[in-house]
Write a protein that binds this ligand. Structure first.
Ligand code: BQF
Length: 294
C-alpha cells in the first residue's frame, strides 16, 4: 500500500485560517501583530523567501516592515536597524533573512536581536530556553515539522525518531523538541550526521525519519522500515531545462521509492516548506499577544 502523503500546504492553510482569527481578535484589542523584515543583498532565493513571508503577513492582516538593504551594507548599519526594531512597539518579531553577506558576522547580528522579538528562534537565549523546556519561540522549520506530525496523528511518545543532519536551524532543534518531557514529544531520538558509521543501520529502526542533510537521495527505500513516517526537510535545486525557472526542487528523500514503503511521507515542494513560513507568523502573533498580558 502506498504511503499517505502529508499535505503541508493544506495543513499550513488550516493553521493560517486559525491565525487569521487570532489577528482579528488582537486588532480588536488595539494590537496589530508586526514583523520587521530585513534582507541584505540580492540573493534570488532569499528575495523570494522574504517576499513570501511579507505576502503571508498581509494575507493575515498583519503589519510587516520591509527593509531591503544593498549588499554593501555594513554590519554597523545592520545592527543599528536591529536596535531600532528592538525598541519599536509596532514590531513584535524581527526577521533577519539568512544567509547574510560574508562581511557580516551572523552570530553578532543574531545576538543583537532582543530574545523577546526572536521569532526565528535562533538567539542563544531562545535555544537555551528550548533545551531546558521553558516556553519560548520555537524555531520555524522544526516547529513546522512538529505541527505536521501532531496534526497527522503521528504518535511521538516512545517512538524512535532518527534525525539525519545536525544543523543549528533544523537537526539540533528538532531533536531537542521531540525528546522533551512534554505532550506530543517523549520520543527516543538518534542524530545521524556525516561521520555516522552506518546511517541505514539507524534509519531502519526508526518509526520516524527526519531527513535534513541537504543532499538528494540521502534516504532511499532500503533504508527505512515498512510503515515508517518520513519527513523530508531538504530543498535542493536540480537543473531541469524543461522547467521555466531552469531547475526543480527535490528533497533529501527518494520520494518515488520511499512512498511505496512508508506509512506517511511529506513531499517536496509542499511539505515542510509552507509550514516554515506559517510558524514565523505564529511566533509573531504569540509575541504580539505577550505585549497585552504584560
Ligand atoms: C515548498 C530556507 C535554506 C536557507 C534559508 C515553501 C519555502 C520553501 C519551500 C520557504 C527556507 C526554506 C526559507 C516551500 C523559507 C523554507 O513548498 O516546498 C516555502 O519559503 N522557506 C528561508 O526563509 O530561508 C532559508 C532554506
Amino acid at each position: 500500500m502506498p504511503a499517505e502523503i502529508i499535505d503541508g500546504k493544506q495543513i499550513a492553510r488550516e493553521i493560517r485560517e486559525e491565525l487569521k482569527r487570532e489577528v482579528e481578535r488582537l486588532k480588536a484589542q488595539g494590537v496589530t501583530p508586526g514583523l520587521g523584515v530585513v534582507l541584505v543583498g540580492d540573493d534570488p532565493a532569499s528575495q523570494s523567501y522574504v517576499s513570501s513571508k511579507e505576502k503571508a503577513c498581509e494575507q493575515l492582516g498583519m503589519y510587516s516592515d520591509d527593509n531591503r538593504l544593498p549588499p554593501e551594507t555594513t554590519q554597523e548599519e545592520l545592527l543599528e536597524l536591529v536596535d531600532k526594531m528592538n525598541i519599536d512597539p509596532n514590531i513584535h518579531g524581527i526577521l533577519v533573512q539568512l544567509p547574510l553577506p560574508g562581511h557580516i558576522d551572523e552570530k553578532i547580528v543574531i545576538n543583537a536581536i532582543s530574545p523577546d522579538k526572536d521569532v526565528d528562534g535562533f538567539h542563544p537565549v531562545t535555544i537555551g530556553r528550548m533545551v531546558i523546556g521553558d516556553t519560548c519561540f520555537l524555531s520555524c522549520t522544526p516547529h513546522g515539522i512538529w505541527q505536521l506530525l501532531i496534526r497527522s496523528g503521528v504518535e511521538m511518545s516512545g517512538a524512535h525518531v532518527v534525525v539525519v543532519g545536525r544543523s543549528n536551524i533544523v537537526g539540533k532543534p528538532i531533536a531537542n523538541m521531540l525528546y522533551q518531557k512534554k505532550e506530543h514529544a517523549n520520543a527516543t531520538v538518534t542524530i545521524c550526521h556525516t561521520r555516522t558509521k552506518d546511517i541505514a543501520y539507524h534509519t531502519r529502526q526508526a518509526d520516524i525519519v527526519i531527513a535534513a542533510a541537504g543532499r538528494p537521495d540521502t534516504i532511499t527505500a532500503d533504508m527505512i522500515k515498512q510503515g515508517a513516517t518520513i519527513i523530508d526537510v531538504g530543498i535542493n535545486r536540480i537543473d531541469d531545462p524543461t522547467r521555466k525557472r531552469g531547475y526543480r526542487l527535490v528533497g533529501d528523500v527518494d520520494f518515488e521509492g520511499c512512498s511505496r514503503k512508508a506509512g506517511l511521507i511529506t513531499p517536496v515542494p509542499g511539505g515542510v516548506g509552507p509550514m516554515t513560513i506559517t510558524m514565523l507568523l505564529y511566533n509573531t502573533i504569540e509575541s504580539a499577544k505577550a505585549t497585552l498580558q504584560s
